[in-house]
Structures are given as structure tokens and as C-alpha cells.
Design a protein around this ligand. Structure first.
Ligand code: ZN
Length: 99
């Protein structure tokens, strides 16, 4: 399944914004065409709305783009994962440098 690179998702009923846990790892494990192995549900701690975990990782509830600037200004958080920021990539680069 295609895993969204947006690191935050929005609970619309209560406008709570949550950070996706272990997103880098989830992308490595699940971002494979035809693969859907994230199961289970997740309940909003504030309003008790219930979500499918898979929907959250594919980006169905991502923080909408029109809210990104405001959210970034308020929290200083980077909203999307960069494509070149995988831990594997940066580790390899660092190793080459010191070899
Ligand atoms: Zn909620």
C-alpha cells in the first residue's frame, strides 16, 4: 500500500492533530504495492472517534494542506518526510565519507 509521507493526521470531529508513530519504519515495512498489513483501529483520546489504522497510514486523514502553514508556525514541526531522509540513506553516506 502507498504510505503517506505526511507525519500528522487530523481528527475532524475534535480538530485534534496527532503525530503518526514510527512513520519511517512503517514506510519501510508497508510501502509495497499490493501489501496491506496494517490492521486494527485507533481511538481518539479526546473525542473517542474510531479510525482504521490503515486509513491513517495511507493518508486518508492527513492534516489538510491548507492547515500546514499554520500548524508549522505554531509547532515548528516538519510536516512531510523528505524522500532523501531515510536513516539508511544518510547512514550509507556517512560511512562512505569516513572510509
Ligand atoms: Zn478526536
Amino acid at each position: 500500500m502507498k504510505v503517506s509521507r505526511v507525519r500528522f493526521w487530523l481528527c475532524k470531529p475534535c480538530k485534534g492533530v496527532y503525530k503518526k508513530e514510527n512513520l519511517e519504519l512503517r514506510i519501510q515495512l508497508y510501502d509495497v504495492p499490493g501489501k496491506t498489513i496494517v490492521t486494527g483501529t485507533l481511538e481518539c483520546a479526546r473525542c473517542h472517534a474510531v479510525y482504521q489504522v490503515a486509513d491513517i497510514y495511507v493518508g486518508k486523514h492527513d492534516l489538510p494542506r491548507e492547515n500546514w502553514e499554520e500548524f508549522r508556525n505554531a509547532t515548528g514541526e516538519q510536516i512531510e518526510l523528505g524522500t532523501s531522509q531515510s536513516p539508511v540513506g544518510s547512514g550509507a553516506k556517512w560511512y562512505e565519507f569516513w572510509k
